[in-house]
Ligand binder design. Structure first.
Ligand code: UT7
Length: 330
């Protein structure tokens, strides 16, 4: 038995003002607006400025979440940041964010689960709330993937954008309708080589050669990842619904990771989910990895699509490989 329930108190998001659209990309690599639109569903993506790092985006998103929440700064007990593009290898971006927010004497740490990062972080936050350790946790998904993009590789450079999304996860009161119903996370490290950043870690530290060969950028076998993403996200939805004795029809809003519109369409087709109950913003942002889901949820709340009491289901897949789902009554 859970001692307590966790709930989403508020969301906030931030994307940098600079926008790169498909026509801009046509000038950089051998691609076309038509190819990008039909193969991915993307048109624009936001790009961080040269002097903007993950913690800057995370700070802006966290501030917006805090402004939308009754929770005070001094009431935050833990900061969790999901990212693979932190400011530094160390210290953690969560600690840098803690300093910016002036939140003293609380723990803060990063979590690496690729595009599934936000789902993983919500799962971790939920455990701390349910077992009574903490009352309010700031969870951030932030990514600045364009800083590790190979702008000469048309297979990958058209796909990514930068952004941050934040959620306040709090202990629910018994009268609250809002609560996190369930979370599920999985990984399969045996297929991790399909999506990774070869250089810059201890396996292949930075050298003149790694820089010349662009090895500090995203390597992805798109086709393989595509199929695994469809299969894994479909089963992540299926399993969380089954375990909670719910059907796709019981869900008001599906919020899938936005890596490719065709992936989203394949999933909702398999589950017979109507498209008007799926939050899709890939056209405006591209793939922002761990930021896609909290940004999409925040936008949908502010657009008054997602309302208090709605059943929402978030699902993601990413590097690791990792995948997972979060089922909640908002
Ligand atoms: O965030 C979590 C993980 N990420 C994902 O889930 C992404 C999963 N993968 C995908 O979304 C898709 O595989 C991509 C969008 C990356 C690629 O789409 P695809 O339909 O799988 O294309 P493909 O890789 O099979 O390439 C088809 C053709 C190739 O040409 P040839 O060999 O058939 O002559 C590519 O060279 O399209 C070519 N191509 C391009 N053409 C124009 C690849 N990228 C581009 C491009 N513009 N940007």
């Amino acid at each position: 038995m859970n001692r307590y329930y966790a709930k989403f108190t508020a969301f906030g998001s931030y994307t940098p003002p600079k926008v790169l659209n498909n026509y801009d990309l046509e000038k950089i690599v051998d691609t076309t607006d038509e190819w990008i639109r039909t193969r991915t569903g993307m048109f624009e993506r936001h790009i961080a400025a040269d002097n903007e790092a993950a913690s800057d985006l995370a700070y802006a998103a966290a501030k917006r979440a805090m402004e939308s929440s009754p929770v005070k700064y001094r009431e935050i007990d833990l900061i969790l940041v999901a990212t693979v593009t932190g400011d530094y290898a160390f210290p953690s971006t969560a600690c840098i964010l803690q300093k910016r927010l002036g939140m003293k004497d609380i723990p803060a740490f990063d979590l690496s689960a690729g595009c599934t990062g936000f789902i993983y972080a919500v799962d971790v936050a939920r455990q701390f709330i349910e077992n009574g350790t903490y009352k309010n946790i700031l969870v951030v998904g932030v990514e600045v993937l364009t800083k590790i993009t190979n702008w000469k590789d048309r297979n990958t450079c058209v796909l990514f954008g930068d952004g941050a999304g934040a959620a306040i996860v709090s202990r629910a009161r018994s009268a609250d309708i809002s609560h996190i119903i369930d979370t599920k996370i999985w990984s399969d490290g045996s297929q991790g080589e399909y999506l990774y950043q070869p250089a810059g870690g201890s396996r292949m530290p930075a050298s003149r050669k790694t820089v010349e060969e662009n090895l500090h950028t995203v390597y992805m076998e798109g086709n393989k990842i595509f199929k695994l993403a469809v299969r894994s996200m479909t089963s992540a939805i299926d399993e969380i619904l089954k375990q909670n004795k719910l059907k796709p029809d019981d869900v008001d809003w599906f919020i899938p990771h936005q890596a490719n519109l065709r992936i989203i369409e394949a999933i909702i087709d398999r589950l017979h989910v109507p498209k008007d109950r799926v939050i899709i913003n890939i056209e405006k942002y591209g793939n922002m990895s761990s930021a896609t889901i909290p940004v999409a949820v925040d936008e949908a709340i502010r657009a008054k699509k997602i309302r208090r009491g709605d059943v929402i289901l978030m699902v993601a897949f990413g590097a690791g490989l990792t995948w997972g789902s979060v089922l909640a009554r908002y």
